[in-house]
Design a protein around this ligand. Structure first.
Ligand code: CA
Length: 227
């Protein structure tokens, strides 16, 4: 079955070129030319990935992203941002996006990111054990986690990152390694994506995100799951 990509973008020319390139690689596409329609389709159409513009009529991309996440919708979201400001990039990640790409983007890079995000979703890596000594458990079928029995909602990328780290407790992974293994990116990635996703994950699973017990930082090296 073809994976379905929802394009939320108000510039018709960009929508058309995205549709053309996605269709050529076998993806089904849906489009929304304003934010309200985008939010409605994001909720109802069950896309496998959302390409989400930031500046949109009626409802902005950050707002859509936050709303979908607050409703427990975990679909990978790739923000399309025209802005160069560093804060805007991080703001999209804080809003729950999995990544962003800055306009004007190269179609090759965009397609690589689409493939990487959809492949991650479909990929079932070796699951972490159903229970860990740390009291966290993962449910790979539902991209859900539980902490001491209480459900914790995670985005797919947060889930993938947590699962990846939990597979090798104590082993330190550099940001570059995580970018490559969890995001499947290689050189396209931006290391802040890793840092912000770790921060979001800590806010969800740690009792005190400032003093993490699960996802640990090895200063100057990277991150690891506590043993
Ligand atoms: Ca726009």
């Amino acid at each position: 079955m073809a994976s379905k990509v929802l394009i939320v973008e108000d510039e018709r020319a960009i929508v058309e070129i995205l549709k053309f390139n996605l269709a050529r690689e076998g993806y089904e596409t849906l489009e929304a030319l304003d934010g309200e329609t985008g939010l409605a389709l994001g909720r109802a159409a069950d896309p496998d990935l959302i390409l989400l513009d930031v500046m949109l009529p009626k409802l902005g991309g950050f707002e859509i992203c936050k709303t979908l996440r607050s409703e427990g919708i975990t679909v990978p979201i790739l923000m399309l941002t025209a802005r160069e400001e560093e804060n805007d990039k991080v703001f999209g990640l804080e809003a729950g996006a999995d990544d962003y790409i800055t306009k004007p983007f190269s179609m090759r890079e965009l397609m690589a990111r689409v493939r990487a995000n959809i492949r991650r979703r479909a990929l079932d890596a070796a699951p972490a054990g159903p229970d860990t000594p740390a009291g966290l458990s993962l449910d790979p079928d539902h991209y859900a986690a539980a902490k001491n029995g209480a459900a914790v909602e995670l985005t797919q990328k947060e889930f993938d990152l947590l699962r990846f780290l939990m597979q090798a407790p104590g082993k330190v992974f550099s940001r570059e390694e995580l970018m490559e293994k969890v995001w499947n990116y290689g050189y396209f990635g931006d290391m802040r994506t890793v840092d912000v996703t770790v921060r979001r994950l800590r806010e969800k699973i740690e009792d005190d995100p400032g003093k993490p017990r699960y996802i640990m930082t090895r200063r100057g090296v990277g991150y690891y799951f506590a043993q």
